[in-house]
Ligand binder design. Structure first.
Ligand code: UD1
Ligand code: MG
Length: 451
């Protein structure tokens, strides 16, 4: 059956009080990506007919990141039930029976681990059972603050009791609300319209629609899903646990695809890190967003890469930093304490020790000596440095941009290069060495006399 007749509502307007943060909770990152983006990624293959994200006042950052999904503002945030009501109003006319949307899938923006298959399975299960409401259940090790699912003798869902409102007996229930719900669209508006705030938090709880539906004689069911996928993030400690879990998944996926991680638990990946076959990652390497590494490349210990492309067979680090726009073509060597930003290094180029290369082009096979740097910034503007193929830049050279060093040129160590160097030229731009025979002995003698 086509799945395009459902709308997804993602709740993200809560204050996230327990995060104690100035940033909206759903913008906190897991594996380098805001947690709400993970959720949208999982939804994407299901092509929902509409995606409505409920955001709070002054959450423009959330609206921007979720675009082109629609966003609606819930102000003030009066609870998850009120948030769904706000979204349903935005969908008015598009929902059955007037419109073509038959189901509403409600997701919480702070549940970033859901897999696409799980979501499609949930929609299929609601259709199979024809329940008015299908709620995801899980059995975490600690039921803690999750809403408890109360079942009738025949296994149907009777009601959801929030932890804060649960009796001692209800607290002991191990099956809890995982935070996803599928609601038949034709009932949705009526159900949320009947919510009230008579509970411990004085909020409109979405979870109360189950009790309301049961009173109307509508069938409600639950389906148990793996707790791992339903983890909700409410505190910094939970954020750290989620990060650890996501990292384990990403490392596993990298290894499954043919990448060697020598000490996987010390390597930190982003959800968009792309590592080709036979890449080797040594211990203690961190990947920020936007990194690709080509086949057989080796990233040595204590390197930090973001927004960089490393070509096949290249070697980076130890202790290297690749910043956004660093492009290493094939078989490039970037060694210890080398920083590269917005620069392209051609095939076989080498910068093995203590360099800064910014806003530059470095030709194929060119060697950048130890301590050579590009001076790309005059305090106001940035300029480019162009170095041709097969050039040799001596140690401790300062290339003052804008400047071009021609192909095959040699720049003597310690030069401060302020003018273009022609191809195949030898350029030396440093003070002359003067040797005065015997003068050291004289000087020492004079100094001692002063003692
Ligand atoms: C909620 C459920 C609980 C479930 C748990 C699963 C309710 C009442 N409780 O509790 O049964 O076990 O999730 O993780 O639904 N939000 C809004 N507007 C609001 C309030 C919240 O958009 O007015 C959003 C939040 O941004 C968040 C989501 O809804 O993304 C859930 O809110 P949260 O406060 O985290 O609910 P929980 O206490 O975790
Ligand atoms: Mg929550």
């Amino acid at each position: 059956m086509s799945q395009s007749s459902f709308a997804a509502i993602i709740l993200a307007a809560g204050n996230g009080t327990r995060m104690k943060s100035a940033i909206p909770k759903v913008m906190h990152r897991i594996a380098g990506r805001p947690m709400i983006a993970h959720l949208l990624d999982a939804l994407h293959p299901l092509s929902p007919a509409a995606r409505v994200v409920v955001v709070g006042q002054q959450m423009d950052s959330v609206a921007r990141i979720v675009s082109p999904a629609e966003s609606v503002v819930q102000d003030p945030p009066l609870g998850t039930g009120d948030a769904v009501r706000t979204a349903l109003h935005a969908l008015d006319g598009r929902l059955a029976p007037q419109g073509g949307i038959a189901e509403v899938l409600v997701l919480y923006g702070d549940t970033p681990f859901l897999a696409t298959d799980t979501l499609s399975g949930l929609l299929a299960e609601r259709r199979r059972t024809s329940a008015a409401i299908l709620v995801s259940g899980m059995r975490p090790a600690e039921p803690g603050a999750y809403g408890r699912l109360v079942l009738s003798a025949d296994g149907a869902l009777e009601c959801i009791v929030e932890a804060a409102d649960a009796s001692f007996e209800q607290q002991a229930i191990g099956l809890v609300n995982g935070g996803i719900m599928v609601i038949e669209a034709r009932h949705a508006l009526d159900l949320v319209a009947a919510l009230d705030r008579s509970n411990a938090k004085s909020e409109f709880y979405l979870t109360d629609i189950v009790r309301i539906a049961r009173r109307k004689g509508l069938a409600c069911r639950t389906v148990e899903l793996p707790a791992e996928e339903l983890i909700g993030i409410n505190t910094r400690a939970e954020l750290a646990e989620a990060e650890a879990l996501m990292q384990r998944r990403l490392r596993r996926a990298a290894m499954d695809s043919g990448v060697t991680l020598i000490a996987p638990e010390t390597v930190f990946l982003c959800s968009d890190t792309r590592l080709d076959r036979d890449v080797v990652i040594e211990p203690n390497v961190t990947f920020g967003p936007g990194v690709t590494v080509g086949e057989g490349a080796r990233i040595c210990s204590f390197s930090y890469l973001e927004g960089a492309a490393v070509g096949a067979g290249s070697r980076v680090g130890p202790f290297a930093r690749l910043r956004p726009g660093a492009i290493l073509e094939e078989a490039v060597h970037v060694g210890n304490f080398v920083e590269i930003k917005a620069s392209r290094l051609g095939v076989g180029a080498k910068a093995n020790h203590l360099s800064y290369i910014g806003d530059s082009e470095v030709g194929a096979r060119t060697n950048i000596g130890a301590g050579a740097i590009t001076c790309n910034y005059d305090g106001v503007n940035k300029f480019r440095t162009i170095i041709g193929e097969d050039a040799f830049i001596g140690s401790n050279t300062a290339l003052v941009a804008p400047v071009t060093v021609g192909a095959g040129a040699i720049v003597g160590a310690g030069s401060v290069v302020t003018r273009d160097v022609p191809a195949d030229a030898l350029s030396i731009a440093r003070g002359q060495q003067v040797d005065k025979p015997g003068r050291a002995v004289e000087i020492r003698a004079r100094l001692r006399r002063k003692d």
